[in-house]
Design a protein around this ligand. Sequence first.
Ligand code: CTP
Length: 407
Amino acid sequence: MRIYKVGGAVRDRLLGKPVTDIDWVVVGATTEEMLAKGFRPVGVDFPVFLHPKSGEEYALARTERKSGRGYGGFTFHASPEVTLEEDLIRRDLTINAMAEDDQQNLTDPYHGQRDLEARLLRHVSPAFAEDPLRVLRVARFAARYATLGFTVAPETLELMRQLSESDELEALTPERSWKEISRALMEDQPQVFVEVLRACGALKVLMPEVDALFGVPQPPTHHPEIDTGAHTLSVLQQAAIHKQPLTVRWACLLHDLGKGLTPEQEWPRHIAHELKGLKLIKAVNERFKVPRDCQELALLVGEYHTHGHRAHELKPSTLLELLQSFDVFRRPQRFEEFIAACEMDARGRKGLEEKSYPQADYLRGAATAARNVAVQPLLEQGFKGPELGEAIKRERLKALKIYKEKA
Ligand code: CTP
């Protein structure tokens, strides 16, 4: 049997990037031989094994034939006769279809190295279409390597367009899609992920609510970039520049969905877009079975981001309601993430990227003022149950009035 390093590990070494996990391909071996060497099978009917010591993945060289629609509709053909070249040709991108032996000799039949130099994400062969998830993968790699100058090859974008126009993307499981989406959002240029999906028509299938924002104008006084789609991309870009966590990035992507529902005759104004957007945010959240923390923040940011921008104008009672909506007394972190998302929204406007956002400290200060209300004296005064709750609320309101006056 011959063993080669493949995929991302080879690609990233050639790019001079740190290699985190290594995938191996084994040529000329049978399942029985692998088991005899102590490798542990990953699943039934799946020719992938874990190394007994390192835990790294070793896959038997295989060819794949698509037998049905969507993921799961695969049959694998793995046998000792399958060559390295046959295995590599069914992989997604040329830059992912290189192999290396233990002497670092490169096997590169599909010119991955050439495409690395040309900064091109190019599919290896028509077998690309065997897995529709690759549309998302390519967009994710584009987001990751955009800083290095990578773009998607026109013929690959065309293939992605064909896949998006068929019903293949709809067959992807929420879990697989979310894994790609969440990884892509954490890349350096997450907005490129959305741009590439849009360019091949996949955005319209996966998130029509986001796609609908392109071509929708906003008032130029607040939004010099005018287009709501362009604004959303800039907000996402700001979130990456400011190293925001996934929760904030997800909220940034979805915060303005309501603007896609505004009747054209009301453009460029978007009255009550915050509340109108909630059902769309909920639908996207559910479509991809998004983790609860991301779901919650996206809904809260969708509903309250304009409150954040108008923080200084809010009445103390509205401020208190805002703090309560975030359950800020028990979950201060979530309120911080809300503030961050509002700030990214404000910075995601053309020419205003560096503008300071004093609302952030104002909101933090309000949360602290309300949180500092001591409960003990109220207990000592004999308040209990719902009355205690009311008394705390009154005291917090007083504290917020004083805070607002002083600010
Ligand atoms: N692969 C593929 N099609 C997929 C998934 C994976 O062709 N849908 C192949 C590619 O050759 C890829 C390799 O399997 O390089 C390993 O896949 P994975 O570990 O998911 O990705 P990496 O390329 O290692 O990239 P990352 O750095 O994002 O983990």
